[in-house]
Design a protein around this ligand. Structure first.
Ligand code: GLA
Length: 391
């Protein structure tokens, strides 16, 4: 990221070089294991990526909000006179939803100019939206001395996404981009929101993210369908135990599910959630023991469960995963994020990384006609001010 160039773009767009903007950054995230567990009160294990969203922001005299981004040709202006409504435009709803959360909490917002730049690939399941929300939240918190702690900003961002944008996501993404810690993964209990940072020491292995580059069309409706199926499972299990979410059952209780859940689809969904929680707990243990081989096996099992029981993969993700596993040096590989497209995350021996990427790229292109992209991310700290006023 060339910050001088970014600042130059800001002045080209908004003029007045005497009024300096401030730079903020929020990462994207990759989830190592623990998928579709967050909204079931379960465990997740994500980390924050050096791919993220940069924001230059400054105060202005007029009572206006001006939004622009380097990524799309879609600027917007909004007058500050009460709460905002969804604009039906793509990305502007993310900052507007966050601003609403500040307004609802009676934080007085004055006129602002925003310029965003994101290098999280769009729609790739690496939380570009949570990243835009959190960078906006930390910037407003800072500019208006609102004094919210990170957890509150995370919750406000999730609310913006749930209620304003209309995507009924869990808390993992906003939490990961808010609480990220350099070179650490975050083990999070999504029910209690207690968490633990765990150093992600991969020795002679590297973390590789592969983008299917499949456009995620039906993700939101399928996501909501999965949520409803999990709610159904909870309802059916209540005669057995008065649970409020599926994660209150442990892996030792999986065999009981068949007795209470006769619908085979709902049964498989519940099985995934409970077994996945078990895998995350084991993944935490083996990572601390530096047993990367076992960590990789758990990643593989996670994908199999997401394919067979939760049914959120698809030909593109499955091709990357099952063809990837045949390549020497692959320790573990699975889909990450909501699924149906987006990315896989893999742990690969460093000495085989190049071979993994070239071989998998060819096979994937032959099978799907799509060109994959590979990222070798750094794990970074969560959203914050970059500590400089651009001159
Ligand atoms: C999306 C959602 C998250 C989580 C994952 C699946 O990324 O935003 O809250 O549910 O899918 O694990």
């Amino acid at each position: 990221m060339d910050t001088n160039n970014f600042a130059e773009k800001f002045f080209e767009k908004y003029g007045n070089r005497n009024n300096k903007p401030v730079l903020f950054f929020s990462p994207g995230r990759v989830n190592l294991i623990g998928e579709h567990t967050d909204y079931n009160g379960g465990f997740v294990f994500p980390c924050a990526l050096n791919y993220g969203t940069y924001l230059l922001i400054r105060r202005i005299e007029e009572n206006l909000l001006r939004f622009s981004t380097i990524n799309f040709n879609e600027d917007s202006e909004a007058e500050l006179k009460g709460l905002f409504l969804n604009t039906h435009k793509r990305w502007i709803n993310y900052p507007l939803g966050v601003i609403n959360e500040f307004l609802k909490r009676e934080i007085k917002i004055s006129g602002l100019e925003f310029l965003y730049y994101g290098d999280v690939p769009n729609g790739a399941g690496l939380s570009s939206s949570a990243s835009i929300e959190m960078v906006t939240a930390v910037a407003l918190n800072d500019f208006f001395n609102a004094g919210f702690d990170t957890l509150e900003l995370v919750k406000m961002s999730q609310k913006a996404e749930n209620e304003f944008v209309g995507m009924n996501c869990g808390i993992m993404d906003q939490f990961a981009v808010g609480f990220g810690k350099k070179n650490n993964a975050i083990f999070l209990n999504c029910h209690t929101l207690s968490y633990e940072n765990v150093p992600l020491i991969l020795n002679d292995n590297s973390l590789i993210i592969t983008n299917t580059n499949k456009r995620r069309g039906l993700t939101d409706s399928k996501y909501n369908e999965r949520r409803r199926e999990c709610d159904k499972a909870v309802e059916l299990l209540q005669p057995y135990k008065p649970i409020i979410n599926l994660s209150e059952l442990n892996t030792g209780e999986i065999h009981l599910l068949e007795k209470y859940i006769k619908d085979p689809v709902v049964l498989r969904r519940a099985k995934h959630v409970i077994s996945e929680n078990g895998r995350v707990v084991e993944a935490l243990k083996v990572l601390k023991e530096n047993n990367i081989i076992r960590f990789g096996e758990l990643m593989n099992q996670s994908h199999d469960s997401l394919k067979e029981d939760y049914e959120v993969t698809g030909i593109e993700l499955d091709t990357l995963v099952y063809e990837g596993r045949k390549i020497p040096g692959v320790i573990g590989t699975r889909m990450t994020g909501a699924g149906f497209g987006g990315c896989t995350v893999s742990i690969v021996r460093k000495s085989y990384s190049a071979k993994f990427m070239t071989e998998l790229s060819t096979i994937y292109q032959n099978k799907t006609g799509l060109v994959p992209e590979f990222y070798q991310p750094e794990i970074v700290d969560g959203a914050g001010r970059m500590g400089m006023i651009v001159s």
